[in-house]
Ligand binder design. Structure first.
Ligand SMILES: Cc1ncc(C[n+]2csc(CCOP(=O)(O)OP(=O)(O)O)c2C)c(N)n1
Ligand SMILES: [Mg+2]
Length: 505
């Protein structure tokens, strides 16, 4: 019998012993026996004065009841209340996280365990080399393939572990190095955007993805450009991976003509071939992603769609409607929640009754992936495409456990709802670039000097892109009237901001 069952049994006993009227006959709620009352329930002090006057049951049968209530409070209620306000330390559990059934209990440390099951990334390369478990004696060459054991594991929902993503990746030297280059370039680009914003060259909304690079890079490396991606407003990295140049992205942020959306979209609205944005309305892109997958299926294309959203969007009704339709129609879509642990300033566990986002498709199989490990993201996406397209097995729900180092947007310092220590801890132990760097050195795919040269090259490329973007003019006024309708389907005239402002096509 667990604590609650014991409590109920004791309460039933009390009720049977002395039935009396009034509030005092009810078994006391556990929080009332606590010295630190729960914020969600009235404190004992705030009980109406009449309570004292009500006839109380005999205290003797109440004693065991109070003892159990205190035990419940101390073992269950108080730790939960404390966790609402404290950053989560990362426990280390492993195999228990392979779920073949949908767990219905809520723990807010689930995604945190994902990081914990990754070996620390900050270990010095020399030490890693000394302890490496696989040898690569073959001389390095672009075409050389490595089979690299993953440093993180996957959590599965309704997926047989034998059939799920592999625990290692097989990847060429050039692809491995390209992943590193992409992440380094992306971080430099976002760092430049941060500086341009502070110089007031970028205005309005600007959501940086520093810390989350492994998600967009790992996904893109596992897809082809015929597969589709749609995401929310934290989209600069995806735009870059879908073919946008650094210059075009920075120019877009500055509202310049050479921007990827001709300077008309800004931070949240970037598009390119088979990249459907860049969407500012939280969650709205998720059903659109299902629609893109429907088109792929209808047109018999052998491709899939990755429809991304944040933990802050994951509780919306439209997400579940999209899951349902996708499963009903067996669509080739991967719904992918980038769980960076906060929706603006709200910690995920304060907004979600279950933070096991990968299980929330219920009947849709799911995988939780360490989103700070680019190789794990790559392997999960490779497997997911095979599952949804080649095997035609229907949709999946992914959760990428990730972390943003900066605030929600440039107007959020990002340190009021989480501690500086938490950010520092993630930066120093889970950084995706550091993690891949260690792997590269471990397998001897490149030397420290070669990696340094890549960093330098990325810095120079971004510096150049900044200058080019700054030199780009603002779009012409006529651009106000373009790209509103598909060419050939325009209405005869469009009204502007005021009634007398009319544009005729
Ligand atoms: C429909 C809608 N409601 C509210 C907002 C305001 N808003 C912008 S971002 C955001 C939080 C989203 O958090 P999350 O999905 O976790 O994404 P993250 O910023 O962490 O990448 C909210 C509520 C919005 N843009 N759209
Ligand atoms: Mg979030």
């Amino acid at each position: 019998m667990n604590l609650w069952q014991r409590f109920r049994a004791a309460a039933a006993k009390v009720a049977a012993t002395k039935p009396t009227a009034g509030v005092a006959t009810k078994p006391p709620a556990p929080h009332l026996t606590s010295s630190s009352p729960s914020p969600s329930a009235p404190s004992a002090a705030s009980q109406p004065a009449t309570v004292a006057a009500v006839e109380r049951p005999d205290p003797t049968p109440l004693a065991p009841l109070a003892a159990i209530a205190t035990e419940i409070d101390q073992t269950q209620v108080q730790p939960l209340a404390a966790r609402l306000h404290e950053p989560q330390e990362l426990p280390t559990t492993r195999d228990a996280n392979v779920n073949l059934t949908c767990p219905n209990t809520h723990t807010d440390t689930e995604s945190a365990t994902m990081f914990a099951r990754t070996s620390t990334l900050a270990a010095p390369a020399a030490a890693l080399r000394a302890s490496r478990t696989f040898a690569t004696t073959v001389p390095r060459a672009a075409g050389q393939e490595y089979t690299i054991p993953l440093k993180s594991t996957f959590d599965l929902h309704l997926i047989d572990p034998e059939q799920g993503p592999k625990s290692s990746v097989t990847i060429s030297q050039s692809a491995l190095m390209q992943m590193y280059k992409d992440m380094v370039l992306m971080r430099r680009m976002e760092t430049a955007a941060d500086a341009l914003y502070k110089q007031k060259m970028i205005r309005g909304f600007c959501h940086l993805n520093i810390g989350q690079e492994a998600v967009s890079v790992g996904i893109e490396h596992a897809l082809t450009k015929d597969d589709a991606i749609i995401t929310a407003y934290r989209c600069h990295g995806f735009a870059m991976m879908r073919g946008g140049s650094v210059m075009s992205i920075l120019a877009e942020l500055m509202g310049r003509k050479d921007g990827i959306t001709k300077g008309k979209g800004g931070s949240m609205h970037m598009f390119s071939h088979n990249f459907y944005g860049g969407n500012g309305i939280v969650g709205a892109q998720v059903p659109v992603g299902a629609g893109i997958a429907f088109a792929q299926q209808y047109l018999a294309h052998k491709n899939c769609t990755i429809s991304l959203y944040g933990d802050g969007a994951a509780n919306q009704g439209q997400i579940f409607e999209a899951y349902n339709m996708a499963k009903l129609w067996n669509l080739p879509v991967i719904f992918a929640c980038e769980n960076n642990r906060y929706g603006m300033g709200t910690a995920a566990h304060r907004a979600a009754a279950s933070t096991n986002y990968f299980t929330r498709g219920d009947f849709v199989p799911g995988v939780r992936i360490n989103g700070m490990d680019v190789l794990a993201v790559y392997e999960a996406t490779r497997w997911g495409k095979e599952y949804t397209v080649e095997k035609n097995a229907g949709p999946l729900v992914y959760e990428f456990a990730t972390y943003r180092y900066g605030g929600h947007s440039m107007s959020d310092p990002g340190t009021t709802y989480r501690t500086r220590e938490e950010i520092q801890h993630m930066r120093s132990t889970r950084d995706p670039i550091m993690g891949l760097k260690n792997v590269v050195l471990e397998v001897e795919a490149a030397t420290e000097a070669e990696l340094k040269a890549i960093d330098k090259e990325a810095k120079e490329a971004v510096d150049k892109a900044v200058e080019e973007a700054k030199a780009s003019p603002e779009p012409a006024m006529e651009e106000l009237w373009t790209e509103i309708y598909v060419k050939g389907s325009e209405v005869p005239s469009l009204r502007g901001l005021t009634a007398d402002e009319v544009h005729r096509f």
